[in-house]
Write a protein that binds this ligand. Structure first.
Ligand SMILES: C[S@@+](CC[C@H](N)C(=O)[O-])C[C@H]1O[C@@H](n2cnc3c(N)ncnc32)[C@H](O)[C@@H]1O
Length: 444
């Protein structure tokens, strides 16, 4: 079996190769190769609809899909996030399945993979813009009515200026009234497209820091938010995203719809045995990105976070979560990999809670590996892109441990190589920032 120490030791002397744009699918990337991939397609087509933390640049899943599957086959992303793998699978004429515990991720993936009828979309957009014109011309009464379309959520005045709430309310009301404009089509996908355009401006017009994974208001930022800003940004985003949809439609019109199960979990995949031809994913980093908190304001505006339902409840289902119970870390846990257990023990001496979070991450990832192993056809691949991080001043070599976990559940390690991270759209907090991802290619 591979040892974490030998994997880490082997990583140092590797040369760096820069690839601009696509990686060639027939390139046998050697173990420990270091790549700097300069993406050309980060905002191409529907990829650009919305920011998402630690989002793939499309070239990496595109390489995996072309290398390890053929047209008509089925690709699974068990932690799909914003659906980059699914968009790429669709563009490459593969069927695909997207699983994510986060309802915002599922909505975004659906919108990014659903080609719309452009004539109907144009009518829907015209109807929305007419409503916004009326709001802007309508004075105090219109603003009062618009404010009533903002859903209830805690600390509204902390998160948003009152005039922004009115503008967001007006956009929500306009989106909900497009039924006649899209008739006879089913309005759902058109409304969802407009909701995603709304969501994509929410952070920018809020009082919260635009660039932090946690949604936080920082007084020292003195963020400038002025009346009319939400409407102006929304109009611009709508126009940009309609353009992206226009380009996407001809490339996606004949594609099979992406399957997005409502209650999927990477540790309990609702698919039959041996039904998948390829799985590609990037799991969360341990304890580094708090997805429900990243999208807290967007979830309010999209009605995805009902009042009274604590955020902690949603967070608990996330692999790598920091929401754990004291009873869980009262005793030191062991996983059964000597190097991992030694590191968890050393963390436990100073921070039992973090030690448990690290331990639990690998327990959860083993559950995921077993599920992917079960759902993959024999001889097929699981490509996992994962970053290491620093916890309590210790580097946790997540990729090295995951390679061992993979072997433990019966995968063969075909190769693994590093991909330098040059830019995340949303910054991961400084202490835990990760500058290199590892691409693990596992074979069932
Ligand atoms: C690094 S992000 C994936 C980003 C994605 N590759 C993209 O391009 O947008 C990890 C995702 O794992 C999801 N996740 C966390 N725990 C999960 C679980 N138990 N089951 C399924 N998805 C989970 C998170 O909601 C998050 O969207």
């Amino acid at each position: 079996m591979l040892s974490a120490a030998s994997i880490i030791a082997g990583a140092d002397p590797a040369p760096l190769v820069t690839v601009t744009g696509d990686l060639l699918p027939d390139w046998d990337i050697p173990v420990n190769q270091r790549l700097l991939i300069i993406s050309k397609n980060q905002s191409w087509l529907s990829h650009g609809f919305h920011k998402y933390p630690a989002k793939f640049f499309p070239e990496l899943p595109r390489w995996a899909i072309k290398r390890y599957s053929t047209e008509g086959e089925t690709v699974l992303d068990p932690m799909a996030g914003s659906g980059t793998v699914n968009v790429e699978a669709l563009l490459a004429n593969r069927r695909s399945v997207a699983i994510d515990v986060d309802p915002f991720a599922r909505l975004l993936t659906r919108v990014k993979t659903t080609p719309l009828d452009i004539a109907i979309l144009d009518r829907a957009v015209a109807a929305v813009l007419a409503e916004l014109d009326a709001f802007e011309a309508g004075g105090a009464e219109a603003r009062h009515v618009a404010a009533s379309h903002v859903p209830p959520f805690a600390y509204q005045d902390t998160w948003f200026r009152p005039f922004i709430l009115e503008e967001l309310g007006a956009i929500r009301a306009a989106a909900s009234r497009i039924r006649d404009a899209v008739s006879p089509a089913e309005p759902g996908p058109y409304v969802d497209f407009i909701r995603i355009c709304l969501s994509s401006i929410v952070r920018e017009v809020s009082n919260a820091d635009n660039n932090c994974t946690r949604t936080v208001v920082r007084q020292r930022l003195q963020k400038r938010v002025v009346p009319g800003m939400a409407i102006r940004l929304f109009r611009r985003m709508l126009s940009v995203n309609v353009g992206r949809m226009r380009d996407f439609v001809p490339m996606a019109a004949a594609a099979a719809p992406v399957a997005i199960p409502e209650n999927g979990d990477a540790r309990a995949i609702p698919l039959p045995d041996a039904s998948i031809d390829l799985a590609v994913t990037s799991p969360p980093y341990i304890n580094a990105v708090d997805y429900p908190r990243t999208h807290q304001l967007e979830m309010y505006m999209l009605d995805l976070s009902p009042p009274g339902r604590p955020l902690a409840e949603a967070k608990r289902r996330h692999i790598g979560t920091e929401v754990v119970r004291a009873v869980d870390y009262r005793t030191l846990r062991t996983y059964g990999l000597p190097e991992l257990d030694a590191q968890v023990e050393s963390l436990y001496a100073t921070d039992p809670r973090r030690a448990y979070i690290v331990h639990q991450y690998f327990v959860d990832m083993e559950a995921n590996f077993r599920e992917v192993q079960r759902t993959l056809k024999p001889g097929r691949h699981y490509v996992v892109v994962v970053g290491n991080n620093i916890i309590r001043n210790q580097v946790v070599p997540t990729h090295a441990y995951l390679l061992q976990v993979a072997e433990r559940v019966g995968f063969r390690v075909e190769t693994y190589f590093a991909s330098e991270v040059i830019r995340h759209y949303i910054k991961v907090p400084r202490k835990e920032r990760i500058n290199q991802d590892w691409v693990l290619v596992l074979k069932r």
